[in-house]
Write a protein that binds this ligand. Structure first.
Ligand SMILES: Nc1ncnc2c1ncn2[C@@H]1O[C@H](COP(=O)(O)OP(=O)(O)OP(=O)(O)O)[C@@H](O)[C@H]1O
Length: 338
């Protein structure tokens, strides 16, 4: 399975964690460690077990078995003991719809035992940091989805926790809010907060995370640093050619012809006039263009592709990353990739 351990002292240690709902094994024997100050990504398709895992790590769900330690505290035996160390941003907000943004934050601050004066100062400071000062006195129920998510993150960090758990923080919000949320996550990480982030946006994980665990059907199939994950695809050269031939049969025939003439290349006919080529050596464009033109097509773009985490995900899981994101969109989620 290959779980690469982090450098540095661990703040979160998970061993043999598992949970079943009826006949569904939601999480199966999950093991990993997160180091202090690390930005750790937990990436997987819909239904992979991300929310169930994060709920067990944060005391919102009880595991069937396994252990969770945060800063050495056994969180299953003492579910409340580590609560002051953790901040939680659930995928569905847990704030009060009838309270204003300001009152919600003051209420959360009180729950964590901040003195009254400090509560109000901290609430104002966070509203300002998240660009919500103008909406401070508006009811939470009247906030937009992006504003709600920002306030939920603000509530999660009100007590300045050393470790923050974020469950799909950019899913379902507009592009600008998603960008602000990602910037905030990166800021918190720079300031030393350990971050555990679940997402099904591969690009987001690639942009933000230092180490990533891929979870599929409740099991971690790979866990490694971004550099180690990308290493195998960095060795490959890829080219995407766009041409005027769009008929699927003609494209498939062209791909077969290219593969026969250039046996060192892997050739794949894609959507609407696109051909993707991959090889171990740099790919010369001229001979390809000439061959396509000889087949009656005209090339209007040949673009070298940068190796990315999407290919790694594809190789490791056999799942299509686009289908994974499309499913989220199909459930009325707007994504937030920008
Ligand atoms: N309360 C529950 N009762 C029954 N089954 C559940 C429950 N919660 C989760 N499951 C099932 O457990 C599996 C893992 O679900 P989970 O919500 O953890 O996945 P996820 O990776 O967070 O998915 P998504 O990206 O869609 O939020 C799924 O098959 C889901 O249907």
């Amino acid at each position: 399975m290959g779980v690469e351990q982090p450098l540095g002292s661990p703040i979160l240690e998970v061993q043999g964690l598992h949970k079943r709902f009826g006949s569904v094994q939601a999480v199966a024997q999950v093991d990993f460690t997160v180091a202090q100050g690390e930005l750790f990504g937990f990436l997987g398709p819909n239904g992979a077990g991300k929310t169930t895992t994060i709920n067990m790590l944060t005391g919102l769900a009880r595991p069937d078995g396994g252990s969770v330690r945060i800063a050495g505290i056994d969180c299953i035996a003492n579910p409340r003991a580590a609560q002051h160390l953790i901040g939680v941003v659930p995928d569905e907000s847990n704030l009060y719809p009838e309270l204003s943004g300001f009152d919600n934050l003051c209420f959360c601050a009180a729950l964590y035992g901040l003195p009254r004066r400090e509560r109000q100062l901290r609430a104002r400071q966070l509203l300002d940091q998240f660009g919500l000062s103008a909406a401070a006195d508006r009811k939470f129920s009247q906030y937009s989805k992006g504003m709600k998510r920002k306030l939920t993150i603000a509530a999660g960090i009100i007590h300045r926790p050393p470790i923050l758990f974020l469950d799909e923080p950019t899913t379902g919000i507009d592009v600008a809010s998603a960008r602000q949320v990602r910037e905030k996550i990166a800021d918190l990480h720079r300031q030393g907060t350990t971050i555990f982030l679940t997402t099904h946006y591969i690009e987001e994980a690639e942009r933000l995370c230092q180490r990533i665990a891929f979870i599929v059907a409740g099991r971690i199939v790979r866990c490694a640093t971004l550099g180690a994950l990308l290493e195998p695809v960095r060795q490959r050269h890829q080219l995407l050619i766009s041409c005027t031939l769009s008929d699927r049969v003609v494209m498939a025939e062209l791909a077969r012809h290219l593969a026969a003439v250039f046996p060192a290349l892997q050739v794949q006919a894609g959507a609407a006039g696109q051909i993707r080529l991959e090889g171990e050596q740099p790919i010369a464009v001229g001979p390809l263009v000439r061959l396509i033109e000889a087949q009656g097509g005209e090339v209007f773009e040949a673009r070298r592709l940068q190796p990315n985490l999407e290919e790694v995900f594809l190789q490791i899981t056999g799942l299509d990353a686009q289908a994974l994101q499309g499913e989220a969109a199909g459930r009325g989620r707007r994504g937030g990739q920008a």
